[in-house]
Design a protein around this ligand. Structure first.
Ligand code: NAI
Length: 329
């Protein structure tokens, strides 16, 4: 099977090529290209049976129909989330979509906690101050996590890992999920309203769906405790950014950590340091001293990249051999 690999970064190539050399995947041939998959680039897949895409690409109906015309039969998402894929269009076009569920939940959960600790204890400011020989502590005071309440929204694989980390910090952990995770015996399940009202730290770990689009908005922010910490490593559109910015301005939040944000698609994974950004949202978020932003890097550990490349290639192999392995969407 020949696979066109869109949006290649040096680290993708390194991890995938190492596995390809192992010999186990001799039925697979990968061509790595830099452009992201979107309607304008989809035609590059002409003659390929499969394409490999990522979270920052546009797999809307338009792209899917072009891929189908090119003869593509399989879309390999090298990520867990798939809200950027029009699955109905894929089904209609006879294209199978496969993903990598749960490659390293700890990678994302540990990043979520890194955001909490950085924003809470002002590590980003402290680092710069010390480098400038400014050893004054003004502006660096944080709050203890020990003894506080962590509210985990979505207690699947990543949420469960985050719940365990918070538990390890000596926090009371409450959770909200449509399907409570029975293995988490230290988590008290509550409804969303109670989670908002009781949490000192709220961490979002549910997928983005039509139902929970903008679940954090003016109304739900109003129900949170004053001085709450909010972390989002899930998907940007879970939060209505304009309302978040207003909440930050009103002094509602002690700290905010964002690995994902609305409008990230044009910028994420790109070096935009020489560019005047089209939207002012990011600049406004970065202007707040208690906000920490990273660029969708929760997944970015060696262990996660190994697991992603292995499962992606296993998915392709299962498809070639006509087997179902449970990673089909
Ligand atoms: P998962 O499928 O194991 O868990 C998701 C949980 O959310 C499930 O328990 C589900 O019942 C629950 N859920 C669904 N809708 C909900 C709602 N409206 N309210 C409350 N709970 C709801 O998924 P996993 O692996 O834990 O990933 C979670 C999300 O993390 C992904 O959907 C993706 O958006 C994001 N992610 C972010 C990464 C990053 O690099 N920042 C990397 C990987 C995933």
């Amino acid at each position: 099977m020949n696979i066109l690999f869109f949006g290649t970064k040096s680290y993708d190539k390194e991890f995938f090529e190492t596995l390809l050399k192992s010999g186990r995947y001799h039925d697979l041939e990968i061509t790595f290209i830099e452009p992201k998959l979107e309607p304008e680039t989809a035609r590059l897949a002409d003659g390929y049976e499969a394409v490999c895409a990522f979270v920052n690409m546009d797999l809307s109906e338009k792209t899917i129909r072009i891929l189908a015309k090119c003869g593509v039969k399989l879309v390999l998402m090298r990520c867990a989330g798939f809200n950027n894929v029009d699955l109905d269009a894929a089904k209609e076009c006879g294209i199978t979509v496969m993903r990598v569920p749960g490659y390293s939940p700890e990678a994302v959960a540990e990043h979520a906690m890194a955001l909490v600790l950085t924003a809470d204890r002002h590590m980003h400011k402290a680092y710069i101050k010390c480098r400038e020989n400014n050893f004054n502590l003004a502006g660096l005071m944080g709050v203890n996590l020990y003894g506080k309440t962590a509210g985990i929204v979505g207690t699947g694989k990543i949420g469960a890992a985050m719940a365990k980390i918070c538990h390890g910090f000596g926090m009371r952990v409450i959770g909200y999920d449509l399907y409570p995770n029975k293995s988490l015996d230290f988590v008290e399940y509550v409804d969303f309203e109670h989670l908002l009202a009781e949490s000192d730290l709220i961490s979002l770990h549910c997928p983005l769906t039509e139902e929970n689009y903008h679940m954090i908005n003016e109304d739900t922010i109003g129900k949170m405790k004053d001085g709450v910490m909010l972390v989002n490593t899930s998907r940007g559109a879970l939060i209505k950014t304009e309302d978040l910015i207003q909440g930050i301005r009103d002094g509602k939040f002690f700290a905010v950590g964002l690995d994902v944000y609305e409008e990230e698609n044009g910028t994420v994974y790109e070096d935009m340091s020489d560019t005047i950004l089209e939207h002012s949202t990011m600049a406004r978020l970065l202007s707040f001293p208690n906000v920490m932003v990273t660029s969708h890097q929760g997944f970015f550990t060696q262990e996660a990249l190994e697991a992603i490349s292995q499962t992606t290639l296993d998915n392709a192999l299962a498809f070639v051999e006509g087997k179902k392995n449970g990673n089909e969407l």
